[in-house]
Design a protein around this ligand. Structure first.
Ligand code: ASP
Ligand code: MG
Length: 427
Protein backbone atom coordinates (compact mmCIF):
# COMPACT_ATOMS: atom_id res chain seq x y z
CA UNK A 1 0.00 0.00 0.00
CA UNK A 2 0.97 3.62 -0.48
CA UNK A 3 0.43 6.88 1.35
CA UNK A 4 -0.45 10.08 -0.53
CA UNK A 5 -0.46 13.55 0.94
CA UNK A 6 -2.35 16.46 -0.60
CA UNK A 7 -1.53 19.85 0.90
CA UNK A 8 -3.67 22.98 1.15
CA UNK A 9 -2.77 24.25 -2.33
CA UNK A 10 -3.87 20.97 -3.93
CA UNK A 11 -7.42 21.38 -2.57
CA UNK A 12 -7.69 25.16 -2.58
CA UNK A 13 -10.71 25.39 -4.89
CA UNK A 14 -13.17 23.22 -6.82
CA UNK A 15 -10.84 22.77 -9.79
CA UNK A 16 -8.07 21.62 -7.46
CA UNK A 17 -10.35 19.06 -5.79
CA UNK A 18 -11.35 17.75 -9.22
CA UNK A 19 -7.68 17.39 -10.03
CA UNK A 20 -7.17 15.25 -6.90
CA UNK A 21 -9.92 13.00 -8.30
CA UNK A 22 -8.08 12.79 -11.63
CA UNK A 23 -4.86 11.82 -9.91
CA UNK A 24 -6.48 9.13 -7.78
CA UNK A 25 -8.17 7.65 -10.85
CA UNK A 26 -4.71 6.97 -12.23
CA UNK A 27 -4.10 4.60 -9.31
CA UNK A 28 -7.31 2.65 -9.57
CA UNK A 29 -7.24 -0.68 -7.78
CA UNK A 30 -4.38 0.27 -5.44
CA UNK A 31 -4.46 0.53 -1.67
CA UNK A 32 -3.84 4.14 -0.74
CA UNK A 33 -4.08 6.02 2.55
CA UNK A 34 -4.70 9.63 1.53
CA UNK A 35 -3.83 12.42 3.94
CA UNK A 36 -5.34 15.83 3.21
CA UNK A 37 -4.61 19.30 4.65
CA UNK A 38 -7.10 22.09 5.18
CA UNK A 39 -8.16 23.86 1.99
CA UNK A 40 -5.98 26.73 0.78
CA UNK A 41 -5.25 29.19 3.57
CA UNK A 42 -7.91 27.81 5.92
CA UNK A 43 -5.48 27.08 8.75
CA UNK A 44 -4.33 30.72 8.75
CA UNK A 45 -7.97 31.82 8.79
CA UNK A 46 -8.74 29.53 11.72
CA UNK A 47 -5.72 30.85 13.59
CA UNK A 48 -7.08 34.38 13.19
CA UNK A 49 -10.50 33.20 14.31
CA UNK A 50 -9.09 31.61 17.45
CA UNK A 51 -7.05 34.74 18.22
CA UNK A 52 -10.13 36.88 17.76
CA UNK A 53 -12.16 34.61 20.04
CA UNK A 54 -9.53 34.93 22.75
CA UNK A 55 -9.18 38.69 22.31
CA UNK A 56 -12.98 39.10 22.35
CA UNK A 57 -12.57 41.64 19.56
CA UNK A 58 -16.06 41.20 18.15
CA UNK A 59 -14.73 39.91 14.80
CA UNK A 60 -15.01 36.17 15.48
CA UNK A 61 -18.40 35.77 13.83
CA UNK A 62 -17.11 37.59 10.76
CA UNK A 63 -14.12 35.24 10.49
CA UNK A 64 -16.42 32.25 10.72
CA UNK A 65 -18.76 33.61 8.06
CA UNK A 66 -15.87 34.11 5.66
CA UNK A 67 -14.69 30.57 6.26
CA UNK A 68 -18.18 29.23 5.71
CA UNK A 69 -18.62 31.20 2.48
CA UNK A 70 -15.28 29.94 1.15
CA UNK A 71 -16.18 26.30 1.72
CA UNK A 72 -19.76 26.74 0.52
CA UNK A 73 -18.59 28.23 -2.76
CA UNK A 74 -16.46 25.14 -3.34
CA UNK A 75 -19.36 22.83 -2.47
CA UNK A 76 -21.67 24.60 -4.87
CA UNK A 77 -19.23 24.06 -7.69
CA UNK A 78 -18.57 20.42 -6.86
CA UNK A 79 -22.05 19.14 -6.04
CA UNK A 80 -25.14 19.71 -8.12
CA UNK A 81 -27.73 19.06 -5.44
CA UNK A 82 -28.12 21.24 -2.39
CA UNK A 83 -29.44 18.13 -0.65
CA UNK A 84 -26.18 16.25 -0.98
CA UNK A 85 -25.14 14.82 2.44
CA UNK A 86 -21.84 16.71 2.22
CA UNK A 87 -23.73 19.85 3.28
CA UNK A 88 -24.74 18.21 6.55
CA UNK A 89 -21.17 17.11 7.24
CA UNK A 90 -19.77 20.55 6.51
CA UNK A 91 -22.40 22.25 8.64
CA UNK A 92 -21.78 19.85 11.51
CA UNK A 93 -18.08 20.68 11.43
CA UNK A 94 -18.78 24.43 11.45
CA UNK A 95 -21.28 24.05 14.27
CA UNK A 96 -18.45 22.77 16.46
CA UNK A 97 -16.84 26.19 16.12
CA UNK A 98 -20.12 28.02 16.65
CA UNK A 99 -20.65 26.25 19.92
CA UNK A 100 -17.20 27.09 21.18
CA UNK A 101 -17.39 30.79 20.34
CA UNK A 102 -20.77 31.25 22.04
CA UNK A 103 -19.01 30.99 25.40
CA UNK A 104 -15.95 32.60 26.93
CA UNK A 105 -12.73 30.63 26.52
CA UNK A 106 -12.54 28.07 29.34
CA UNK A 107 -9.15 26.54 28.83
CA UNK A 108 -5.73 27.52 27.53
CA UNK A 109 -5.22 29.21 24.19
CA UNK A 110 -3.31 26.21 22.88
CA UNK A 111 -6.11 23.83 23.82
CA UNK A 112 -8.83 25.93 22.19
CA UNK A 113 -6.59 26.49 19.17
CA UNK A 114 -6.35 22.78 18.50
CA UNK A 115 -10.10 22.22 18.89
CA UNK A 116 -10.87 25.01 16.41
CA UNK A 117 -8.00 24.83 13.96
CA UNK A 118 -8.36 21.07 13.44
CA UNK A 119 -11.82 21.71 11.98
CA UNK A 120 -10.07 22.89 8.78
CA UNK A 121 -8.96 19.34 8.09
CA UNK A 122 -12.37 17.90 8.96
CA UNK A 123 -13.94 20.21 6.38
CA UNK A 124 -11.45 19.43 3.63
CA UNK A 125 -11.51 15.66 4.09
CA UNK A 126 -15.31 15.49 4.23
CA UNK A 127 -15.54 17.47 1.02
CA UNK A 128 -12.82 15.49 -0.77
CA UNK A 129 -14.26 12.15 0.36
CA UNK A 130 -17.79 12.97 -0.82
CA UNK A 131 -16.53 14.45 -4.05
CA UNK A 132 -14.47 11.37 -4.86
CA UNK A 133 -17.46 9.12 -4.27
CA UNK A 134 -19.53 11.31 -6.57
CA UNK A 135 -17.05 10.67 -9.39
CA UNK A 136 -16.78 6.97 -8.75
CA UNK A 137 -13.63 6.86 -6.62
CA UNK A 138 -14.78 4.71 -3.71
CA UNK A 139 -13.19 5.59 -0.39
CA UNK A 140 -13.65 5.53 3.32
CA UNK A 141 -13.40 8.66 5.45
CA UNK A 142 -11.36 7.97 8.58
CA UNK A 143 -11.33 10.27 11.60
CA UNK A 144 -7.62 10.58 12.28
CA UNK A 145 -8.34 11.12 15.98
CA UNK A 146 -9.44 7.50 16.15
CA UNK A 147 -6.09 6.20 14.92
CA UNK A 148 -3.38 8.77 15.68
CA UNK A 149 -3.02 9.05 19.44
CA UNK A 150 -0.93 11.85 20.88
CA UNK A 151 -0.17 13.30 24.30
CA UNK A 152 -1.88 16.55 25.30
CA UNK A 153 0.87 18.99 24.40
CA UNK A 154 -1.55 21.13 22.42
CA UNK A 155 -0.15 22.65 19.21
CA UNK A 156 2.99 20.51 19.45
CA UNK A 157 1.50 17.12 20.21
CA UNK A 158 3.86 14.16 20.53
CA UNK A 159 2.81 10.90 18.91
CA UNK A 160 2.08 7.92 21.16
CA UNK A 161 3.57 5.36 18.78
CA UNK A 162 2.53 2.22 20.66
CA UNK A 163 -1.06 3.25 21.07
CA UNK A 164 -1.26 4.57 17.51
CA UNK A 165 0.08 1.29 16.18
CA UNK A 166 -2.66 -0.63 17.98
CA UNK A 167 -5.34 1.74 16.73
CA UNK A 168 -4.03 1.71 13.18
CA UNK A 169 -3.87 -2.09 13.19
CA UNK A 170 -7.44 -2.25 14.37
CA UNK A 171 -9.17 0.51 12.47
CA UNK A 172 -7.05 1.45 9.48
CA UNK A 173 -5.13 -1.59 8.29
CA UNK A 174 -8.15 -3.80 7.55
CA UNK A 175 -9.16 -1.33 4.89
CA UNK A 176 -6.09 -2.28 2.91
CA UNK A 177 -5.55 -5.90 3.81
CA UNK A 178 -9.16 -6.97 3.36
CA UNK A 179 -9.95 -4.92 0.30
CA UNK A 180 -10.01 -7.23 -2.70
CA UNK A 181 -9.71 -4.60 -5.38
CA UNK A 182 -8.00 -1.73 -3.65
CA UNK A 183 -9.04 0.50 -0.85
CA UNK A 184 -8.72 4.25 -0.46
CA UNK A 185 -9.02 5.99 2.88
CA UNK A 186 -9.25 9.75 3.27
CA UNK A 187 -8.00 11.19 6.52
CA UNK A 188 -6.86 14.45 8.08
CA UNK A 189 -3.27 15.58 8.15
CA UNK A 190 -1.80 17.67 10.99
CA UNK A 191 -4.35 16.45 13.55
CA UNK A 192 -4.27 13.84 16.30
CA UNK A 193 -6.40 12.89 19.29
CA UNK A 194 -5.79 12.48 23.01
CA UNK A 195 -6.98 9.61 25.21
CA UNK A 196 -9.78 11.94 26.33
CA UNK A 197 -10.92 12.44 22.74
CA UNK A 198 -9.73 16.01 22.38
CA UNK A 199 -8.13 17.17 19.16
CA UNK A 200 -4.44 18.01 19.01
CA UNK A 201 -2.24 19.36 16.23
CA UNK A 202 1.30 18.39 15.31
CA UNK A 203 2.65 21.86 14.49
CA UNK A 204 2.13 23.99 11.39
CA UNK A 205 2.61 22.25 8.09
CA UNK A 206 2.36 18.96 9.98
CA UNK A 207 0.42 17.03 7.34
CA UNK A 208 3.63 15.72 5.76
CA UNK A 209 4.49 14.28 9.13
CA UNK A 210 1.07 12.61 9.36
CA UNK A 211 1.75 10.92 6.01
CA UNK A 212 5.08 9.63 7.35
CA UNK A 213 3.47 8.38 10.57
CA UNK A 214 0.84 6.46 8.61
CA UNK A 215 3.48 5.04 6.27
CA UNK A 216 5.56 3.89 9.21
CA UNK A 217 2.64 2.28 11.03
CA UNK A 218 1.19 0.68 7.89
CA UNK A 219 4.58 -0.38 6.54
CA UNK A 220 3.80 1.37 3.27
CA UNK A 221 5.76 0.75 0.06
CA UNK A 222 6.14 4.48 -0.52
CA UNK A 223 4.87 7.94 0.32
CA UNK A 224 4.03 10.61 -2.25
CA UNK A 225 3.67 14.26 -1.34
CA UNK A 226 1.77 16.00 -4.16
CA UNK A 227 2.78 19.63 -4.48
CA UNK A 228 2.47 22.64 -6.75
CA UNK A 229 6.17 22.43 -7.60
CA UNK A 230 7.82 19.79 -9.82
CA UNK A 231 9.66 18.25 -6.85
CA UNK A 232 12.34 19.40 -4.46
CA UNK A 233 14.18 22.30 -6.01
CA UNK A 234 17.76 23.29 -5.22
CA UNK A 235 16.59 26.74 -4.04
CA UNK A 236 13.43 28.64 -3.25
CA UNK A 237 12.31 30.29 -6.51
CA UNK A 238 11.43 33.36 -4.43
CA UNK A 239 15.13 34.09 -3.97
CA UNK A 240 16.71 32.40 -6.94
CA UNK A 241 16.26 32.65 -10.69
CA UNK A 242 17.52 29.43 -12.20
CA UNK A 243 16.36 26.71 -9.85
CA UNK A 244 16.97 23.08 -10.70
CA UNK A 245 15.01 20.05 -9.62
CA UNK A 246 16.79 17.49 -7.46
CA UNK A 247 15.90 14.16 -9.06
CA UNK A 248 17.17 12.05 -6.24
CA UNK A 249 18.59 12.70 -2.79
CA UNK A 250 19.11 10.66 0.35
CA UNK A 251 17.14 10.88 3.61
CA UNK A 252 20.29 12.26 5.17
CA UNK A 253 20.54 15.05 2.63
CA UNK A 254 16.83 15.85 3.03
CA UNK A 255 17.30 16.15 6.79
CA UNK A 256 20.32 18.42 6.30
CA UNK A 257 18.39 20.65 3.89
CA UNK A 258 15.46 20.89 6.30
CA UNK A 259 17.83 21.64 9.18
CA UNK A 260 19.32 24.60 7.35
CA UNK A 261 15.86 25.93 6.60
CA UNK A 262 14.59 24.40 3.34
CA UNK A 263 10.82 24.41 3.66
CA UNK A 264 9.63 21.90 1.08
CA UNK A 265 9.09 19.06 3.54
CA UNK A 266 8.22 19.24 7.22
CA UNK A 267 11.44 18.40 9.11
CA UNK A 268 9.91 15.59 11.19
CA UNK A 269 8.75 13.73 8.08
CA UNK A 270 11.98 12.00 7.15
CA UNK A 271 12.91 10.09 10.32
CA UNK A 272 10.02 7.59 10.41
CA UNK A 273 10.52 6.86 6.72
CA UNK A 274 14.26 6.47 7.09
CA UNK A 275 13.83 4.07 10.01
CA UNK A 276 11.69 1.82 7.88
CA UNK A 277 13.42 2.44 4.53
CA UNK A 278 10.22 3.78 2.93
CA UNK A 279 10.92 5.90 -0.17
CA UNK A 280 9.43 9.39 -0.33
CA UNK A 281 8.42 11.03 -3.59
CA UNK A 282 7.67 14.69 -4.05
CA UNK A 283 5.61 15.09 -7.21
CA UNK A 284 3.64 17.77 -9.01
CA UNK A 285 -0.13 17.62 -8.88
CA UNK A 286 -0.10 19.92 -11.90
CA UNK A 287 1.96 17.46 -13.92
CA UNK A 288 1.30 14.02 -12.41
CA UNK A 289 3.15 12.25 -15.24
CA UNK A 290 6.44 13.86 -14.26
CA UNK A 291 8.99 12.04 -12.14
CA UNK A 292 9.42 14.47 -9.27
CA UNK A 293 12.03 13.91 -6.59
CA UNK A 294 12.84 10.59 -5.01
CA UNK A 295 14.20 10.48 -1.46
CA UNK A 296 15.59 7.22 -0.13
CA UNK A 297 18.70 5.81 1.55
CA UNK A 298 21.03 6.06 -1.45
CA UNK A 299 23.51 8.93 -1.17
CA UNK A 300 25.16 8.64 -4.59
CA UNK A 301 23.48 11.67 -6.17
CA UNK A 302 23.51 13.99 -3.16
CA UNK A 303 26.41 16.09 -4.36
CA UNK A 304 25.42 16.41 -8.03
CA UNK A 305 23.59 19.72 -7.67
CA UNK A 306 24.42 22.44 -5.13
CA UNK A 307 21.46 23.55 -3.00
CA UNK A 308 20.93 27.09 -1.74
CA UNK A 309 18.97 27.88 1.39
CA UNK A 310 18.19 31.48 2.21
CA UNK A 311 17.18 32.94 5.54
CA UNK A 312 16.35 36.61 5.30
CA UNK A 313 16.22 39.28 7.99
CA UNK A 314 18.91 37.87 10.23
CA UNK A 315 20.36 39.72 13.20
CA UNK A 316 24.00 39.16 14.13
CA UNK A 317 24.60 39.62 17.85
CA UNK A 318 28.15 39.94 19.16
CA UNK A 319 28.61 39.36 22.86
CA UNK A 320 31.81 40.25 24.73
CA UNK A 321 32.84 40.43 28.40
CA UNK A 322 32.94 44.07 29.49
CA UNK A 323 36.49 43.81 30.82
CA UNK A 324 37.87 42.45 27.52
CA UNK A 325 38.67 39.12 29.16
CA UNK A 326 38.42 35.90 27.15
CA UNK A 327 35.10 34.21 26.45
CA UNK A 328 35.30 30.97 28.41
CA UNK A 329 33.04 28.07 29.29
CA UNK A 330 31.04 29.71 32.02
CA UNK A 331 30.30 32.70 29.77
CA UNK A 332 29.04 30.36 27.07
CA UNK A 333 26.92 28.53 29.62
CA UNK A 334 25.31 31.81 30.73
CA UNK A 335 24.79 32.99 27.18
CA UNK A 336 23.15 29.75 26.04
CA UNK A 337 21.02 29.73 29.16
CA UNK A 338 19.74 33.19 28.25
CA UNK A 339 18.92 32.19 24.67
CA UNK A 340 17.15 29.12 25.95
CA UNK A 341 15.13 31.17 28.43
CA UNK A 342 13.83 33.41 25.65
CA UNK A 343 13.21 30.47 23.34
CA UNK A 344 15.43 32.00 20.67
CA UNK A 345 16.87 29.64 18.08
CA UNK A 346 20.47 30.26 17.08
CA UNK A 347 21.08 29.91 13.34
CA UNK A 348 24.85 30.31 13.30
CA UNK A 349 27.48 30.88 15.96
CA UNK A 350 31.16 31.66 16.06
CA UNK A 351 33.57 32.54 18.81
CA UNK A 352 36.83 34.40 19.00
CA UNK A 353 39.03 35.12 22.00
CA UNK A 354 37.00 38.00 23.33
CA UNK A 355 33.61 37.69 21.71
CA UNK A 356 30.90 35.24 20.83
CA UNK A 357 28.68 35.95 17.82
CA UNK A 358 25.37 34.40 16.88
CA UNK A 359 22.83 35.04 14.18
CA UNK A 360 19.11 34.68 14.82
CA UNK A 361 15.87 35.44 12.98
CA UNK A 362 15.32 39.17 13.25
CA UNK A 363 11.53 39.12 13.39
CA UNK A 364 11.04 37.89 16.92
CA UNK A 365 9.07 39.73 19.55
CA UNK A 366 11.40 38.76 22.36
CA UNK A 367 14.63 39.73 20.60
CA UNK A 368 14.95 43.16 22.16
CA UNK A 369 14.34 41.72 25.62
CA UNK A 370 16.93 39.03 24.99
CA UNK A 371 19.48 41.66 24.01
CA UNK A 372 18.67 43.68 27.14
CA UNK A 373 19.13 40.57 29.28
CA UNK A 374 22.54 39.88 27.72
CA UNK A 375 23.54 43.51 28.29
CA UNK A 376 23.27 42.99 32.04
CA UNK A 377 26.60 41.14 31.97
CA UNK A 378 28.11 41.73 28.54
CA UNK A 379 28.89 44.35 25.98
CA UNK A 380 26.48 43.61 23.14
CA UNK A 381 26.54 44.90 19.59
CA UNK A 382 24.23 43.90 16.82
CA UNK A 383 23.69 44.18 13.09
CA UNK A 384 20.27 43.87 11.48
CA UNK A 385 18.75 43.09 8.07
CA UNK A 386 21.33 40.47 7.13
CA UNK A 387 20.90 37.49 4.87
CA UNK A 388 22.09 33.99 5.69
CA UNK A 389 22.83 31.70 2.76
CA UNK A 390 23.70 28.05 3.21
CA UNK A 391 25.12 26.24 0.21
CA UNK A 392 25.27 22.45 0.28
CA UNK A 393 27.86 20.96 -2.08
CA UNK A 394 29.28 24.38 -2.86
CA UNK A 395 32.14 25.35 -5.09
CA UNK A 396 33.85 28.65 -5.84
CA UNK A 397 31.39 29.57 -8.58
CA UNK A 398 28.34 29.09 -6.39
CA UNK A 399 29.90 31.18 -3.64
CA UNK A 400 30.73 33.99 -6.04
CA UNK A 401 27.24 33.86 -7.40
CA UNK A 402 25.51 34.53 -4.05
CA UNK A 403 28.00 37.08 -2.76
CA UNK A 404 27.75 39.56 -5.65
CA UNK A 405 27.07 43.01 -4.18
CA UNK A 406 27.25 41.61 -0.64
CA UNK A 407 29.66 42.06 2.23
CA UNK A 408 30.32 38.81 4.10
CA UNK A 409 30.23 39.28 7.89
CA UNK A 410 30.59 35.65 8.89
CA UNK A 411 31.63 32.56 6.97
CA UNK A 412 31.66 28.93 8.00
CA UNK A 413 32.81 26.02 5.87
CA UNK A 414 32.85 22.29 6.17
CA UNK A 415 33.66 19.98 3.29
CA UNK A 416 30.03 19.87 2.15
CA UNK A 417 28.48 23.06 3.46
CA UNK A 418 29.28 26.73 3.49
CA UNK A 419 27.26 29.31 5.37
CA UNK A 420 27.56 33.01 4.66
CA UNK A 421 26.03 35.78 6.68
CA UNK A 422 25.92 38.80 4.44
CA UNK A 423 24.96 42.44 4.29
CA UNK A 424 23.79 44.26 1.19
CA UNK A 425 26.70 46.46 0.09
CA UNK A 426 24.28 49.27 -0.63
CA UNK A 427 22.98 49.14 2.95
N1 ASP B 1 -3.16 22.74 7.43
C1 ASP B 1 -1.99 22.75 8.25
C2 ASP B 1 -1.18 24.00 8.03
O1 ASP B 1 -1.48 24.77 7.13
C3 ASP B 1 -1.14 21.54 8.08
C4 ASP B 1 -0.52 21.38 6.72
O2 ASP B 1 -0.94 22.03 5.77
O3 ASP B 1 0.41 20.59 6.59
O4 ASP B 1 -0.24 24.22 8.74
MG1 MG C 1 -0.17 23.53 4.06
Amino acid sequence: MKVFKFGGASVKDAAAVRNVGEILKRFEGENIAVVVSAMGKTTNALELLTRSYFDRDGQTEGHLNKLRAYHMAILEELFESKNHPVYTDVNNALVEIEWVIEDEPQRSFDFEYDQMVSVGETLSTKIVSHYLKSVGVENRWVDVRDVLRTDNTYRKAQVDWDMSRQLVDRFLKPNFTEASNGGITISQGFVGGTSENFSTTLGREGSDYTAAIFAYLLDAKEVTIWKDVPGMLNADPKYFDETEKLNHISYKEAIELAYYGATVIHPKTIKPLQNQGIPLRVRSFVDPEAEGTLIDQRTDSDSLIPSFIFKMNQTLISIAPRDFSFIVEHNLRDIFETFNRFGTTINTMQNSAISFSVSVDGEQEQLQELIEALKADYAVRYNEALELVTIRHYDQATMERVTIGKKVLLEQRTRTTVRLLMQDESA
